[in-house]
Ligand binder design. Structure first.
Ligand code: G4F
Length: 340
């Protein structure tokens, strides 16, 4: 199995699952910097790291050639939405055209050249599509048929990748699918995303290490689930008889305000005493509300989320309480710095 984006939250959970099922796992990492970065989350030593970059076609061909995978999971992206306005070209190249490059690498290495079923030699391909593609939503809840209206360069790039996967499936008969995943979180979530920002702040304020939390749009609503549940769905999608795209989400929507309330109540605090609205954190265009209709995944994959929103928030706050109490060294200090 070959995974791009293996150092991110989903890559770590997916690699864990595939290793536990006895698969050999290769991860694509960007050059020496990623491999040596002291802040990077430690990966399981069984994972074989290959140098490669979604910006570089030949490096991806080399990675696929070396790994000879049965399955390729493209989780690599510039995934923090606000950055995509400041680095729109890079976002388009990594998150959008990067999908084309890795698809091409798979196609070329497998020797697929015509509109025929590629047969056993072509690896199955999973693309991490995103509910950000729905953006200014046309209907609620959103399913596989809902029209896309992305609101950020990130969302636009994801739409490009999504359609490229569909095109390779239709043009070359490749087993290539997209999972349209709604927000999924965990204690491994990066500290820039709102759930982790909130769990870190609740824990830090409770422990007397910090005194306020600045946030952007408190009214935004998301369908938040647990990342571990979602990587299970990715593996299930590639185990189907026919390649099909699936929406994964809980079908439950909460606002950022409700998230904050829950996290602070978990540590016995009233969020109103600590949270400050910061206009600097508002986005040029917002995705106001997302809610998944995962009935196709529930019926065809037998997939359902196991962790509720309340359990997820408690899990994240508890993990940050442990992190900040036990380890005030490098990792904890780096996390606290993101709140300042
Ligand atoms: O946690 P977020 O940054 O996640 P967002 O933008 O929904 O994107 C995440 O989920 C997508 C799936 O739909 C992924 F494709 C994507 O890669 C990423 O994983 O923000 C969630 C909401 C937004 O509406 C934002 O405006 O929270 C609001 N928010 C309010 N205050 C904030 C903050 N977001 C962040 N990051 N930081 C704040 O202070």
């Amino acid at each position: 199995m070959l995974i791009t984006g293996i150092t991110g939250q989903d890559g770590v959970y997916l690699a864990e699952q595939l290793l536990s099922e006895g698969y050999q796992v290769f991860g694509v990492v960007r050059g020496q910097r990623s491999v040596c970065d002291p802040n990077r989350r430690p990966l399981r030593p069984e994972i074989k790291l290959l140098s490669g970059d979604l910006l570089d076609q030949s490096s991806l061909i080399a990675a696929v050639e070396t790994a000879q995978p049965d399955e390729v999971y493209n989780l690599g992206a510039l995934s923090f939405v606000p950055v995509s306005w400041r680095q729109s070209n890079t976002a388009a190249q990594i998150t959008g055209v990067g999908v084309l490059r890795i698809l091409e690498a798979v196609r070329v290495v497998a020797g697929v050249t015509a509109s025929v079923t590629p047969g056993a030699n072509c690896p199955r391909f999973y693309q991490a599509s995103s509910s950000e593609m729905f953006g200014k939503v046309r209907r609620t809840p959103q399913n596989e048929q809902t029209v896309f209206h992305p609101r950020s360069p990130y969302g636009v790039a994801k739409v490009f990748g999504h359609y490229m996967v569909q095109n390779y499936r239709e043009s070359y008969g490749m087993f290539a699918v997209s999972g349209i995943l709604f927000n999924h979180e965990s204690p491994l979530r990066g500290p820039q995303f709102v759930t982790r920002r909130v769990s870190l702040a609740a824990a830090a304020i409770k422990l007397g290490l910090h005194d306020e939390l600045r946030l952007g749009n408190l009214d935004a609503q998301r369908d938040w689930g647990f990342a571990g549940d979602y990587v299970r769905g990715m593996v299930q999608m590639l185990a189907q008889d026919r390649p099909e795209d699936f929406v994964l989400g809980t079908g439950v929507t909460n606002s950022v305000r409700e998230l904050v309330d829950l996290a602070f109540r978990h540590v016995g605090l009233d969020w109103r005493d600590y949270v400050r609205a910061d206009p600097g954190l508002l986005r040029p265009a917002e995705v106001d509300s997302l809610c998944a209709d995962s009935s196709r995944a529930r019926q065809k994959l037998g997939w359902k989320p196991e962790v509720s929103f309340e359990e997820l928030v408690a899990m994240m706050v508890d993990a940050d309480l442990r992190l900040l109490s036990d380890d005030r060294e490098m990792a904890a200090e780096a996390m606290l710095a993101t709140l300042r």
